[in-house]
Design a protein around this ligand. Structure first.
Ligand SMILES: [Zn+2]
Length: 531
C-alpha cells in the first residue's frame, strides 16, 4: 500500500521566538534553519519580515535550502488595498519560498479586535492570497482561533478557511491559538473541515496549554489533516507549541502512523534528533529537560535492579522504542536500590571491562551506597560516578593537587554610593613540582573559585580551555541528622559533550569545590591528558 505524504512545518524561529527569555540572534536563526533543513523538515518558518530588523535581514537574500523557507505576516489591513499596505509589501518583498499569512477566523475577534466586518475580513484573506500568489509564492493561511471560532460560529470559521483555499492557498492551517481545545474536539472539527477542504490542504497548529498539543496534532492527522506545525522542544509562548521532537519519532516509529504516512525526515536523520534537541538548548543556554520523551537523558533510564537484569537480557522488555533510533542511549541507574547488574551495565556503558566476580565491585557498590546515604546522587551525576569507579579501580592519575584555597565575599558601598558585593578566590595548586597560585574575581564565591581554579593548571591548561560550566544547581537536603548542601554542576566542552558532577557537604563552597574538581578531572581523563 502506498503511503500518504505528511508535511512538517517548523515555527521555532517565529512562534518559538515568542518564548519568554528567548532572543535569537541572526546567526542563531541561520544555524537553526540549517539544522531543521538537514533534519528534513518541509517548511521552516523563519520570522516576520518587516516586523523587526533581524527578521527583515534574514529574508534579505535567499540561501539554498531543501526546506521551503517561509515568511510570516498579516493579511492586508482592513480598508486598505494590497498595494497600499506597507506591512504586506515588506512581507511580499521577503526572499522566501512560501508566505504564511495569519488571519482571524472567529467572527467575535473580527468585530472586537479587528474592528471590521465579517465580509471585509474575508475580502482581506482573498486579496492577500492572490497578491502573494502573483509574486510566485506558495501560500499558507494560519486561521487564528479557528477552533474557538468554529465552536462559536462554524459557518464563518469555515468561510475564512474556504476563502483562502478557493483563492489557491496551498495550505489552510487550523490554529488552536489559545491551546484549550481537547483531542476529541480537534478530531471532530478537523473531520468536518476536511469534508469542505481536502485534507491534503489542511494543517494543524496546536498550542500546549492543556499539555495536549502533540495529541491534538496527531488527532488532526487522524481526522485528515496532512500538515503539522510545531517547534523544536515545544518552544513557544505560555506553555509552548506542539513539540516536533516528540511528534517526529511518533510518526516514524509507531505503526499507526508509520504504515500510513511518509515524512520528510529520513531514518538516518532521526538518529540526530537527540542531538538537534540538545543543540537548541545549548544555543539558548538552557539545561535540557532530563525527562523529555524520546530524547531526555532519563527517557531510557531504569532504576530498579530487577528491571536492569531484564533489560540486559532483552531491552524490549522495558522500552517502547529502541533508544538508538532517536540518537539516545539506554541508561541503567546506579542508585541505592541498585544491584550488581546495574553496576555492571553502567560500568560496561562507560567502557570498563570488569570481571563480574571482581571483589572490587562489592567495594564500589558499598561505596556508592554509603555516599548516597549522606546525600550523593550518582544517577544525576554520571561523570562523578565514572570518576569514583575509576578511582576505586585505580585508574585516575593524580594530575594536580589543590593545596589550599581561600574565598572571600566583600560587601561595600562603591564610589557611586551603591551597595556592591564582590567575591574573590585565591587557589594554590601543585602540578608536578610546580606550585601555581591564581586569583580571580567573580560575581559570586563559586564563580570566583571556578575562575581561579581554571586560570592556570600549568601543563594541563590546554586540555581544559574548551571546558565550560553550563548549569549549577543547589539543593539543601536532610541526610541523617543534619542539613547538607548538594551541588550539581553541568559542564560541556568543545566537542559538544555534556557531563554532570556532584559535591555534598555541610558547606556550600566545599560542595561546589568537589563538583568543580570532579568536572575538571573528568575533562582531563576524557581528553586523554597524560599523568
Ligand atoms: Zn501559535
Amino acid at each position: 500500500m502506498s503511503r500518504e505524504r505528511l508535511y512538517l512545518f517548523d515555527t521555532t524561529l517565529r512562534d518559538g521566538a515568542q518564548t519568554n527569555g528567548v532572543d535569537f540572534t541572526l546567526a542563531d536563526k541561520f544555524a537553526i534553519a540549517r539544522m531543521l533543513d538537514e533534519l528534513g523538515i518541509d517548511y521552516v518558518e523563519a520570522g516576520y519580515p518587516g516586523a523587526n530588523p533581524i527578521d527583515t535581514e534574514f529574508f534579505a537574500e535567499r540561501r539554498p535550502a531543501r526546506a521551503k523557507i517561509t515568511a510570516f505576516g498579516m493579511t492586508r489591513r482592513p480598508g486598505r488595498s494590497t498595494s497600499n499596505d506597507p506591512g504586506l509589501a515588506a512581507l511580499l518583498a521577503a526572499e522566501a519560498d512560501a508566505v504564511c499569512f495569519v488571519a482571524k477566523s472567529w467572527d467575535y475577534h473580527v468585530r472586537v479586535a479587528l474592528e471590521t466586518t465579517a465580509e471585509e475580513n474575508l475580502a482581506s484573506i482573498r486579496d492577500s492570497v492572490r497578491a502573494a500568489k502573483a509574486k510566485g509564492r506558495e501560500v499558507l493561511l494560519d486561521c487564528e482561533h479557528f477552533f474557538d471560532g468554529y465552536k462559536a460560529n462554524p459557518a464563518y470559521a469555515l468561510a475564512c478557511a474556504k476563502a483562502a483555499y478557493d483563492e489557491g492557498a496551498r495550505w489552510v492551517v487550523l490554529c488552536d491559538t489559545n491551546g484549550g481545545t481537547l483531542p476529541h474536539e480537534v478530531e471532530n472539527i478537523v473531520g468536518e473541515v476536511c469534508k469542505q477542504i481536502p485534507g491534503d490542504h489542511v494543517g494543524i497548529h496546536a498550542h500546549n496549554d492543556t499539555e495536549q498539543a502533540v495529541a491534538n496534532s496527531l488527532a488532526a492527522v487522524r481526522a485528515g489533516a496532512r500538515q503539522i506545525q510545531g517547534t523544536l522542544n515545544g518552544l513557544g509562548e505560555r506553555c509552548g507549541n506542539a513539540n516536533l521532537v516528540s511528534i517526529i519519532p511518533t510518526l516514524k516509529l509507531k505503526s499507526e502512523f508509520s504504515e500510513k504516512f511518509d515524512v520528510g525526515v529520513p531514518d538516518e536523520q532521526l538518529h540526530s534528533l537527540a542531538h538537534v534537541s540538545h543543540a537548541l538548548d545549548e544555543m539558548l543556554n538552557r539545561a535540557s529537560d532530563r525527562h523529555a520523551p524520546y530524547v531526555g537523558e532519563s527517557a531510557f533510564a531504569t532504576k530498579a535492579g530487577i528491571h536492569a537484569s531484564a533489560i540486559m537480557k532483552d531491552p524490549a522488555t522495558y522500552e517502547h522504542v529502541a533508544p538508538e533510533r532517536v540518537g539516545n542511549k539506554r541508561k541503567l541507574l546506579v542508585s541505592d536500590q541498585s544491584g550488581r547488574s546495574n553496576l555492571l551495565a553502567e560500568l560496561d556503558r562507560i567502557g570498563f571491562v570488569v570481571d563480574k566476580d571482581d571483589p572490587r565491585l562489592a567495594r564500589l557498590l558499598d561505596e556508592v551506597k554509603e555516599r548516597e546515604a549522606i546525600g550523593y546522587a550518582y544517577e544525576a551525576a554520571d561523570a562523578s560516578f565514572e570518576l569514583l569507579a575509576r578511582r576505586l579501580l585505580g585508574k585516575v592519575p593524580r594530575y594536580f593537587e589543590v593545596e589550599k584555597f581561600d574565598v572571600s565575599v566583600e560587601q561595600r558601598i562603591n564610589a557611586k554610593g551603591e551597595r556592591v558585593t564582590v567575591s574573590m578566590a585565591v587557589v594554590k595548586v601543585k602540578v608536578g613540582d610546580d606550585i601555581l597560585i591564581s586569583a580571580a574575581e567573580g560575581n559570586g564565591p563559586v564563580n570566583a573559585l571556578d575562575l581561579a581554579l581554571r586560570k592556570d593548571l600549568g601543563k594541563y591548561q590546554s586540555y581544559i580551555t574548551g571546558l565550560e560550566l553550563t548549569d549549577y544547581r543547589v539543593r539543601i537536603l536532610n541526610a541523617g541528622t543534619e542539613a547538607v548542601t548538594r551541588v550539581l554542576i553541568e559542564s560541556a566542552d568543545e566537542t559538544g559533550d555534556h557531563w554532570t558532577t556532584i559535591g555534598v557537604s555541610s558547606n556550600i563552597i566545599d560542595a561546589s569545590f568537589q563538583a568543580l574538581m570532579d568536572s575538571i578531572v573528568y575533562k582531563l581523563v576524557k581528553s586523554g591528558a597524560p599523568a
